[in-house]
Design a protein around this ligand. Structure first.
Ligand SMILES: *Cc1c(COP(=O)(O)O)cnc(C)c1O
Length: 234
């Protein structure tokens, strides 16, 4: 099991290095995050033993359960990549008090306000956040519309509780990833006009990470290509 995992991880890392080279980019600028949703905590332990230090989950409940079990693994950076309901803001902040956490899906002022309030009330450290950009026309997919990104960045920049690190997106299903990720790069440029150090571009999954690398992604969120097929949603 660990041998298969090691082989898939190595193969993906080689593809990342090849794509970086082809794009004329330094592979050291890229962070490979392994998305472990629906998998048991033991998988994260195995990945940790293989040297993985960036782990992502997409549901807050599953994230907090895994952090309760694995929070003592030193040097592990956690990433929350699923949509966050406003009433889950406090749960996110509690997890961030246990382990280093970046929230990739801040996509509206109301959620920023809820996080701000929870952090202020708890006296918690500032939270690292990315603005999720919706690259589709479907509001249900989550993310701020590209037209709203600059304003949202300004709102977040005004909050001492939130530390804006960049942007995140999922490619649409009905469009070539190249053009979609090019729009994400434009959103990233707008955000950097507001917050110059917010340079992260979180994009690229198992099916499109090479395209994301060519489009400037800095943080790749790769699940099944490394973990194998996900068990049914628990
Ligand atoms: C599941 C998930 C991924 C990884 O998807 P794979 O296709 O398994 O690589 C990346 N980003 C988000 C937001 C996800 O929910």
């Amino acid at each position: 099991m660990t041998d298969d995992l090691r082989a898939r991880l190595t193969a993906v890392d080689e593809r990342i290095a090849d794509a970086a080279r082809a794009a004329g980019r330094d592979v050291a600028e890229l962070t490979r995050i392994v998305v472990t949703k629906f998998h048991p905590p033991e998988l994260i332990r195995s990945l940790y033993e293989l040297g993985v230090r960036d782990i992502a989950e997409n549901r807050q409940q599953e994230l907090s359960a895994k952090v309760d079990e694995l929070g003592s693994l030193a040097g592990l950076q956690w990433h929350a990549v699923g949509q966050v309901q406003t009433n889950k803001a406090r749960a996110v902040i509690r997890t961030a008090a246990q382990v280093p956490l970046v929230a990739h899906t801040l996509d509206r002022e109301r959620l920023a306000a809820s996080l701000d309030r929870a952090i202020t009330e708890d006296g918690a450290e500032p939270l690292d956040v990315l603005i999720q950009v919706n690259l589709t026309d479907d509001p249900a997919r989550g993310g701020a519309t590209p037209a709203d990104v600059e304003h949202l960045a300004t709102v977040i920049a005004g909050m001492s509780t939130l530390h804006l690190r960049g942007v995140m997106a999922v490619a649409p299903l009905d469009e070539a990833a190249e053009s979609a990720f090019a729009r994400l790069a434009s959103s990233s440029a707008l955000v950097r006009e507001v917050v110059p150090e917010a340079r992260w571009i979180s994009a690229g999954m198992s099916g499109d990470f090479e395209i994301a690398i060519a489009a400037g992604a800095t943080h790749l969120r790769i699940g099944s290509a490394i973990t194998g097929n996900r068990p049914p949603r628990g």
